[in-house]
Design a protein around this ligand. Structure first.
Ligand code: CTP
Ligand code: MG
Length: 256
């Protein structure tokens, strides 16, 4: 297995409010991107790092990250949508790579145990793997706009719902095929949904609360606290019975 970790980090962080692009906001003296790259590279099966950043940040990011990790680092300019950034990363990839991890720069504290579970499943022969968490809130389907007032259509069965995190792991061939078949106008929020579309089975492994995504100013405040003492929030190893997620579970696709 030759693994490249791809980091889409070219978003502006609009929901965070005005300021530096999100990946370059700092927590405990390091950017979100630095935290995220270091966290994923804590598993030594990662052979190389590729990052997509806003065009103006390419040179400085390459210099900065090369000093941070032991593996080769390449940096490319991102695109308008997240999937454009990932497409640019795939286009720049060395063909000797067999598998990719795609990790949001906005998830700075993913524990190495999560990275390990995703890579273990790939090493066992899975071709699309995502870390997930059970959903804790009751989830409703609604109709109507926020202005006109939303009306509840249904209450979803929470026990079969999962919140999806990153890194998501794929065989390179599968992810390239999913991107080649991307219909115009589709804006995906993760890569596994693109892989599901082409009928590839996606398996889930246990995620971790520490792999949360920094999206809003509230999340940034939480991340500030975590950055000071991440070990205080480390989760115990998942039990196979608790969330049913310690071993891979198929969540999509049309074959087992
Ligand atoms: N991303 C990217 N290229 C884009 C948009 C997003 O590489 N054109 C990356 C972000 O940098 C982030 C990840 O995709 O690491 C997840 O996206 P999100 O949390 O939505 O970040 P932003 O798009 O930056 O935030 P917002 O949607 O609030 O503007
Ligand atoms: Mg976004």
């Amino acid at each position: 297995m030759r693994v490249a970790a791809l980091f889409p980090a070219a978003g502006l962080g609009l929901r965070l409010g005005p300021g530096t692009p999100k990946a370059f906001r700092t927590l405990a003296g390091h950017s979100l991107l630095q935290h995220a790259v270091r966290a994923v590279c804590a598993d030594d099966r990662v052979d190389r790092v590729m990052v997509a950043v806003p065009e103006g940040n390419v040179a400085e990011t390459a210099a900065d990250l090369s000093q941070l990790v032991r593996v080769p680092v390449s940096v490319v300019a991102g695109g308008v949508l997240r999937q454009d950034s990932v497409a640019n990363l795939l286009a720049a990839l060395d063909p000797s790579v067999s598998h990719v991890l795609v990790h949001d720069a906005a998830r700075p504290f993913v524990p190495v145990s999560v990275v390990g579970r995703v890579l273990d499943a790939l090493a066992e022969g899975q071709i699309a793997v995502i870390p997930v968490l059970p959903v804790v809130d009751t989830v409703k389907e609604v109709t109507g706009g926020r202005d006109s007032g939303e009306r509840v259509v249904a209450t979803l069965d929470r026990s079969v719902l999962r919140a999806v995190q990153t890194p998501q792991g794929f065989s390179l061939e599968v992810l390239v095929r999913a991107f080649a078949q991307l219909p115009p106008g589709l804006a995906a929020t993760d890569e596994s949904s693109l892989v599901e579309r082409i009928g590839v089975p996606v398996v889930a492994v246990a995620g971790d609360q520490l792999a949360f995504k920094v999206t809003t100013p509230f999340d940034l405040a939480v991340a500030d606290s975590v950055a000071v003492q991440p070990d205080a929030f480390a989760a115990p190893p998942p039990e196979s019975s608790a969330a049913g997620l310690a071993s891979p579970t198929t969540v999509g696709g049309d074959s087992p």
